[in-house]
Design a protein around this ligand. Structure first.
Ligand code: ZN
Length: 349
């Protein structure tokens, strides 16, 4: 089969690989749709260290091709969505409610990290009964593929933000995760949602997804404007959806005492992330900083699909480009360099 791989640091391309085989609890999925993620770029540029001929990609849907002898819930031909994070559900971390950390920090993140990812004609799913969900007939592949990571991560950011009904929320950076955080904040009952970004296309999408106010950091003082929008009180919850020191610091600054900073950003550079000491109440202002990695699992995917069925969100609005699988090198470059106003490129197999 054809696979699109990270050949080495800063080098990608196509290669041939054998179709993977399913162990007793696993399935092999024939890929139909995938999305490129900014974290694929982080990986190629060395954020998690060197890799050799590792198949990239972690967001995909497809048709079940092969099932292991112990798989109960799926059969060949089923249309399925697979979480970007595929935990080991028997691990103590999973039993403690932290399945994305099963097997160690970020251990649930296997695709394009510890094993081949989904940018291939077929891919392998461990613990299939627990890690994938059926896609119902009224949900398209083009939409369902957003459950894997973008919806799951964005909604996690809102869930971790502990948003009170009617509360004020600021979302820093309006890429796909930030946009889904806005939807998540609305679903969690936020009364005021403030989006921060300088790119007009993203601002427009943020308004569509439910932002009440937009702050453009290229034109105004973000902290001062958010304090003004909240009558000097600050927000109950600040969501960091970029992964930069500046934004996490601003998130801490605008969060009111007792509030929560929810980090969804991938901090891919440097050895430390600094905390602004005074704005953190010298460590005593009861400002919580919560972190999380995209939740996976069948239950999670089924809940996200229910939101799609109910029309609560239309994530496919974020698809700016569509490419055939054979054009993945071109699509990857556009995403890597953030060319042509790209948000999410959809890959059709
Ligand atoms: Zn992703």
């Amino acid at each position: 089969m054809k696979a699109f791989v990270m050949k080495a640091l800063d080098a990608v391309g196509f290669t041939d690989k054998p179709i993977p085989k399913a162990g007793p609890c696993d399935t092999i999925v024939k890929t139909t749709r995938a999305l490129i993620c900014t974290s694929d770029s982080h990986t190629v540029h060395g954020a998690i260290g060197p890799r050799e001929n590792l198949t990239l990609g972690h967001e995909a849907v497809g048709l079940v091709h092969e099932v292991g002898s112990e798989v109960r819930l799926f059969k060949p031909g089923d249309r399925v969505v697979v979480g970007a994070i595929t935990p080991d559900w028997g691990d103590p971390a999973s039993q403690a409610g932290h399945s994305s950390q099963s097997g160690g920090a970020l251990g649930g993140w296997k695709f394009a990290n510890h094993k081949d990812g989904v940018f291939a004609e077929y891919f392998h799913v461990n613990e299939a009964d627990a890690n994938m969900a059926l896609i119902p007939p009224d949900v398209s592949d083009d939409t369902a593929v957003y459950c894997c990571d973008m919806m799951s991560t964005g909604f996690m950011a809102a869930e971790n933000g502990d948003i009170p009904i009617g509360g004020a929320v600021a979302v820093f950076a309006l890429g796909p995760v930030g946009l889904m955080s806005i939807v998540g904040a609305r679903l969690r009952g936020a009364g005021l949602v403030i989006g921060v970004d300088s790119i007009s296309k993203r601002q427009e999408l943020a308004r569509y997804y439910g932002a009440d106010a937009i702050v453009d950091h290229s034109r105004e003082d973000v902290v001062a404007r958010i304090m003004k929008l909240t009558n000097g009180a600050g927000v109950d919850s600040a969501i960091e959806a970029l992964g930069s020191e500046q934004t996490i610091q601003n998130a801490i600054k605008v969060t009111k005492p007792g509030g929560t900073i929810s980090n969804a950003g991938y901090h891919g550079k440097g050895d430390y992330v600094g905390i602004p000491r005074l704005d953190w109440g010298v460590g005593m202002a009861e400002k919580s900083i919560r972190t999380g990695l995209c939740p996976g699992g069948r239950l999670r995917m089924e809940r996200l699909i229910r939101l799609l069925q109910a029309g609560r969100v239309d994530p496919a609005r974020m698809t700016t480009h569509t490419f055939a699988f054979r054009e993945l090198d071109k699509a990857f470059e556009i995403m890597d360099q953030k060319l042509d106003g790209v948000m999410k490129p959809l890959i059709v197999f």
